[in-house]
Design a protein around this ligand. Structure first.
Ligand code: ADP
Length: 206
């Protein structure tokens, strides 16, 4: 199991997100599929008056990546380059589980109890394998760890038991307070047994 680092909660002024002279802000919203990225990103962009951009649509429209079966496999370097170029000088909320690979002023990592992720992905008709892959990823903090490797400014938000509006309020408040880095706020080890039947090791295929 992933060994959690201690929570950091640093108070820094809001302007610390932006380099001197920059008046725009790029916010990346990432997380495991099903945690609520699209719902929260759209609401957040409305509240802030920012543009909303979906990584998937952006990549598809510009021919970044290639179709593998029914899925678009996105080249993250190409994505990061194209987004940096296009979003220079614009206020944007980027929605997608690859958004943390794009240069952003802050990365919001949404988290949700893996039990919720199971329910939402089953509803979407995910295959057993894709379901397992994603529930495991949420359980052991895969996206959070990647985001921390990619960006200094990472805010982890637990959406469990909250409405999308409450999540957006929490994000706005952290941004207003100028909090640049906060993580280590969830621990899913307690629900491991309950989601075990949905994991790859639970199906004897490890
Ligand atoms: N606090 C919350 N934040 C975001 N989504 C939530 C929340 N509570 C329930 N939901 C629901 O969870 C689902 C998340 O779907 P979606 O936003 O498409 O996730 P993702 O983009 O991460 O795959 C939606 O049906 C949404 O209404």
């Amino acid at each position: 199991m992933y060994i959690r680092q201690s929570t950091e909660d640093k108070d820094i002024s809001p302007s610390a997100y932006l380099a001197p002279g920059e008046a725009w802000m790029i916010i990346a919203v990432t997380g495991t599929p099903g945690v609520g990225k699209t719902t929260v990103s759209k609401l957040l962009s409305e509240k802030l008056g920012y543009e909303y951009v979906s990584v998937k649509d952006f990549a598809f429209e510009r021919g970044i990546g290639e179709m593998v079966g029914e899925e678009l496999e996105i080249d993250v370097d190409e994505l990061a380059e194209a987004m940096s170029r296009e979003f220079h000088g614009r206020d944007v909320v980027i929605d997608g589980h690859l958004s943390h690979f794009v240069p952003a002023d802050v990365v919001i990592v949404l988290r949700a109890n893996p039990k919720l992720v199971v329910g939402r992905l089953m509803e979407r008709g995910y295959s057993r394998e894709k379901l397992a892959e994603n529930v495991e990823a949420e359980l052991v903090d895969v996206i959070l760890v990647e985001a921390l490797e990619e960006n200094e400014n990472v805010l982890e938000i637990d959406t469990t038991g909250k409405t999308p509006g409450e999540v957006v309020e929490e994000i706005s408040e952290l941004l207003e307070r100028g909090i640049k880095r906060r993580f280590g706020i969830v621990d899913w080890s307690g629900v491991y047994d309950e989601v075990l039947p949905y994991l790859r090791l639970g199906s004897g295929r490890m």
